[in-house]
Design a protein around this ligand. Structure first.
Ligand SMILES: *Cc1c(COP(=O)(O)O)cnc(C)c1O
Length: 387
C-alpha cells in the first residue's frame, strides 16, 4: 500500500546542484551563503534584518532573549500551536500563559486577548511579549494585535513558522509591519526547507545585533560592539551567554535555491486547498478561514468535523490511516501537555481550543500532491464520514 503523507518537501535538481556546489566550495559553514540567504528572505518579505539559525525553535529563543524576556516575565501565546512557541519563553526563565483561539481563523482571538490584557492590567501582570501564531499559514489579525501592543506596552514575536510566503494587507508576513520580530521555520514539512533551519526577521537594528550575538556564543569581533578598544587581530569578546544556533552554508545554499520556488509552492498549495474546499463543500465539515485582506501560504489544510462526538474524529482518523492516508492532528492544546499541566492549567483551560481539538483533522497538502492522490483522500474522507 502506498502511503500519502500529510506534508512533504519538493527538492529540485537545482537544489541538489546548489548544495553540491557548496560542498565543493571553501565554506561548509560561516561562509557567504548564509548572508545571501538572509538577504533573499529579508528582501522577499520587506524586512531590514534577517538572522538565520538552525531551527525556528532557536529563532524563538533568541527573539525572546533579544527582547529581554527573563525570570518574572510573562509571555503569552496561542493555545493551539506547536509546543516550541511556548517553550521558548520557559528557556528564558519566564512563565507562559495561553490565549484562546477564534473559532473561524483558529488563530489567537484578538477580542479574548484584549479581555485577558484588561484583567492582567488590573492585577499588574501584563505580558512582556505576546507570540501570535499564523496557524496553517493563515495570517493573524496583526493590525489589531499591534494596536493592543501599543495600548498595553508589550512586544510581539510572530511565530510565522507556517507562513513563509503568506501576506497580510499589502505586506508579506515577515515584514514585521505590526511586530518586533517574525520567525520562520524551514523544517521539511514547512513551506520551504533547509533540512533543519529557521530565521528571525526584524526592522530593529539593535534587536538584530542581539540575536546575532545570541546565535553564536555571545561572541563578537565587531569593533562597534567591543567593550575594550583592542586593535589586535585575534581579539574577540564574549558579551552575552549565547549558544551555537548557527545555520550551515549547506543549509543556506538549499534555502536560497528553495526561495526561487517559494511563490510556485504557495500557488500550488492554494490551488489544492481551493480544490479541497470545492470538493468538500457538501460534507459535514468546516475549515479555518482567512481574514479579509490576508492570503494564506496554506502550510496545512485542516478540516473540523461537525458534531462534538470525539469518537467520530478518532474513527475518521483511524480509517484514513488504515488506508495509508497519513492524516494528522494539529495541535493538542499546549496547556494539556503533561509538562504544562504542572503549572496548574486546568485541562479545559481554553474552551474554543478544546472544541477545535476534539474536531480537527489535517489532510495531506504539499506542492507535489497529485490530483489522483487528492481524490483518494477526498473519497476516503467521504466514506469515513458516511460510515
Ligand atoms: C514547526 C514549528 C515550530 C518549530 O520549528 P523548528 O524549525 O522545527 O524548530 C515552531 N512553531 C510552530 C508553529 C511550528 O509549526
Amino acid at each position: 500500500m502506498t502511503t500519502i503523507p500529510y506534508g512533504k518537501q519538493h527538492i529540485s535538481q537545482q537544489d541538489v546542484d546548489e548544495v553540491v556546489r557548496c560542498l565543493e566550495s571553501d565554506f561548509l559553514t560561516q561562509g557567504p551563503r548564509i548572508p545571501k540567504f538572509e538577504d533573499d528572505v529579508a528582501n522577499y518579505c520587506g524586512a531590514t534584518h534577517a538572522v538565520a539559525v538552525n531551527s525556528a525553535t532557536s529563532a524563538l529563543h533568541i527573539a525572546c532573549l533579544a527582547l529581554d524576556v527573563g525570570p518574572g516575565d510573562q509571555v503569552w501565546t496561542s493555545a493551539i500551536t506547536f509546543v516550541a512557541s511556548a517553550n521558548a519563553a520557559l528557556y528564558c526563565g519566564a512563565s507562559v500563559d495561553f490565549v484562546d483561539i477564534d473559532n473561524e481563523s483558529i488563530n489567537m482571538c484578538p477580542a479574548q486577548l484584549e479581555h485577558k490584557l484588561i484583567e492582567a492590567e488590573q492585577h499588574g501582570k501584563l505580558p512582556k511579549v505576546v507570540i501570535p501564531v499564523h496557524m496553517c499559514g493563515h495570517p493573524c489579525d496583526m493590525a489589531r494585535i499591534g494596536e493592543l501592543a501599543e495600548r498595553f506596552g508589550f512586544k510581539i514575536i510572530e511565530d510565522a513558522s507556517h507562513a513563509v510566503g503568506a501576506s497580510y494587507g499589502a505586506a508579506r508576513v515577515g515584514s514585521c509591519e505590526h511586530s518586533d520580530i517574525a520567525v520562520f521555520s524551514f523544517h521539511p514539512v514547512k513551506i520551504i526547507t533547509t533540512g533543519e533551519g529557521g530565521m528571525a526577521l526584524t526592522n530593529n537594528e539593535s534587536l538584530a545585533e542581539k540575536m546575532r550575538l545570541f546565535r553564536s556564543h555571545g561572541v563578537t569581533r565587531e569593533p562597534g560592539l567591543l567593550e575594550h578598544d583592542e586593535n589586535d587581530g585575534w581579539y574577540y569578546e564574549q558579551l552575552e551567554l549565547g549558544f551555537n544556533y548557527r545555520m550551515t552554508d549547506l543549509a543556506a545554499a538549499l534555502g536560497s535555491s528553495q526561495m526561487l520556488c517559494l511563490d510556485e509552492f504557495v500557488a500550488a498549495r492554494r490551488t489544492l486547498a481551493d480544490r479541497y474546499i470545492d470538493q468538500l463543500a457538501d460534507m459535514p465539515l468546516s475549515w479555518p478561514t482567512e481574514i479579509e485582506s490576508a492570503a494564506s501560504s496554506y502550510h496545512l489544510f485542516v478540516v473540523m468535523i461537525d458534531a462534538d462526538d470525539r469518537r467520530r474524529r478518532r474513527d475518521v482518523f483511524n480509517q484514513m490511516r488504515s488506508r495509508g492516508i497519513h492524516v494528522n492532528v494539529h495541535y493538542i492544546p499546549v496547556y494539556k501537555q503533561p509538562y504544562y499541566q504542572r503549572f496548574g492549567f486546568s485541562k479545559d483551560y481554553c474552551p474554543n481550543a478544546e472544541q477545535y481539538y476534539s474536531r480537527c483533522l489535517t489532510l495531506p497538502l504539499y506542492p507535489d500532491l497529485s490530483i489522483q492522490d487528492q481524490d483518494t483522500v477526498i473519497t476516503a474522507l467521504t466514506s469515513a464520514l458516511g460510515s
